[in-house]
Design a protein around this ligand. Structure first.
Ligand code: NAP
Length: 233
């Protein structure tokens, strides 16, 4: 069997990937987020707000002692309040970094501790973002937390030769996150019309299409170590 721990399985890319993985009855998924939207014999849900960082420390991941592969997928993400710095509330700034970067670091810490001596192939896949490499006005906490997530992945790889770490950006995907982006205030987000046009012109990719690429990467992860974008898969 193959075991997958996926954050953010209630919508968008995380839900699409979870649905696809569950088509194979050898796959077992533990989903972590605030809302459960998947019911399946091989699916277990952990209701959790990733902002509750102290609770993450108490998570007891499954033993999965007969697994051939065990993967942790950092998918949950928050675009944050789309606002320039100077106007943001301290709590929102903190939440953005906690969801996008601190929670992945804490979960990776727990994951490595739990499965370090497992003979299974061990994989940590971070759902990155092109925004980690391109500054976007109004998205400062998102861009910088996604940059941090990329570097976290690289550091974990340096520390653990027995864990395969991938950080792969999905491109522009038609999910609730993109919907939030289209309803931002243009004075806070100067590129608003450009993002509205991606949607109007049908340039967003479907979540299922993107999830299929991540599924391919997970089937032979060592092959995709140097890949940064789903379009390269
Ligand atoms: N869509 C794009 O164009 C795009 C582009 C680049 C990168 N990405 C990345 O792709 C990943 C998935 O995004 P998506 O577009 O599929 O967005 P989405 O549909 O909005 O899904 C976000 C997921 O994150 C979970 N989440 C958010 N805040 C949480 C919290 N406090 N605690 C627990 N879970 C939380 C949500 O679950 P609950 O609300 O149920 O908790 C949801 O399942 C993100 O990391 C995002 O940064 C997306």
């Amino acid at each position: 069997m193959r075991g997958f721990i996926i954050t953010g399985t209630s919508s968008g890319i995380g839900k699409a990937l979870c649905d696809l993985l569950l088509e194979d009855d050898q796959n077992v998924v533990l989903g972590i987020c605030r809302t459960q939207s998947i019911e399946h014999a091989n699916y277990e849900h952990l209701h959790m707000d990733l902002k509750d960082i102290s609770e993450l420390e108490d998570i007891d991941f499954p033993d999965w002692s007969h697994a051939e592969q065990i993967s942790l997928i950092h998918n949950a993400g928050w675009i944050g309040p789309i606002q320039k710095l100077g106007k943001q509330e301290v709590g929102a700034i903190a939440s953005s970094y906690i969801i996008n970067l601190v929670a992945p670091a804490v979960l990776s810490n727990q994951f490595i501790a739990k499965y370090q001596s497992s003979v299974a192939q061990k994989v940590i896949l971070s759902i990155g973002s092109g925004a980690s490499r391109s500054p976007i006005a109004g998205w400062s906490t998102y861009c910088s937390s996604k940059s941090g997530l990329d570097m976290l992945s690289k550091c974990i790889a340096e520390e653990n030769s027995n864990f395969i770490c991938l950080s792969i950006a999905p491109g522009k995907v038609d999910t609730p996150m993109q919907n939030d982006i289209r309803f931002a205030d243009e004075s806070e987000f100067p590129r608003l019309k450009e993002f509205q046009n991606y949607y109007k012109k049908g340039e967003l990719v479907g979540a299922k299409e993107v999830a299929e690429k991540y599924k391919i990467a997970l089937s032979d992860p060592a092959k995709y170590l140097d890949i940064n974008r789903v379009s390269e898969i």
